[in-house]
Design a protein around this ligand. Structure first.
Ligand code: IMP
Length: 191
């Protein structure tokens, strides 16, 4: 089976992507690949960060690999937190801190439109290729649900009446930003 290193140790992301690739491609985490250390994420675009993370793995292993970078882009905040979604409430903040800060920033705001956008950078034989996915929705006024991670409890995708954190993983994967980007990656890998 073909193997790809996924530049993450986030068990939620690994679970999501493994479920979507359904045993067709072996996904190896950073830890399983024997890689440790902080991967730099200093670009100011999702594409730049995805490339930076994938290149970090490629330079150390020369194995085909991919990295993803995701941002939650909120209309009323001119696209913030965007590329800074992980550190929105500060360096080393928790998912909870980020959610609290966003709920506060949108307190009383009626335009609650937002989108999650993911860019995947695949490096094959040293050559980068990009795959993008996005999902539009709204930011809820409080948390709903216990599934998922990050901003899931306060994001409700369009055409649904529940948050991402209230959905079974298979449903989230079918419509999510990362789901769409991974689908495009899979279509390419299966070609
Ligand atoms: P990353 O760059 O892919 O790690 O994503 C940056 C941040 O966006 C994460 O720390 C999470 O807070 C958030 N995020 C990414 N993907 C998701 C998701 O599927 N649901 C909710 N939040 C997410």
């Amino acid at each position: 089976m073909r193997k790809l290193i996924f530049a993450t140790n986030n068990k939620h992301k690994l679970g999501e992507v493994r479920e979507m690739l359904d045993g067709k491609v072996g996904i190896v985490s950073l830890e399983e690949a024997g890689l440790s250390g902080e991967i730099p994420e200093t670009a100011d675009t999702l594409q730049g960060n995805a490339l930076q993370k994938a290149q970090w793995v490629w330079e150390r292993t020369h194995c085909d690999c991919f990295a993803d970078d995701t941002g939650l882009e909120v209309d009323a905040l001119d696209g913030a937190p965007g590329v800074y979604s992980a550190r929105y409430a500060g360096e080393h903040c928790s998912f909870d801190d980020n959610v609290n800060k966003l709920l506060k920033a949108l307190d009383g705001e009626t335009n609650r439109k937002a989108q999650f956008r993911t860019v995947i950078c695949l490096i094959e034989d040293g050559e980068p290729r990009y795959f993008e996915g996005k999902v539009e929705g709204v930011i809820l006024t409080e948390r709903y649900g216990k599934e998922g991670f990050g901003y899931d409890p306060i994001f409700m995708p369009d055409h649904f009446a529940v948050s991402f954190a209230e959905m079974p993983l298979e449903v989230k994967n079918m419509i999510s930003h990362r789901g769409m980007a991974v689908k495009r990656l899979t279509e390419y890998l299966n070609k």
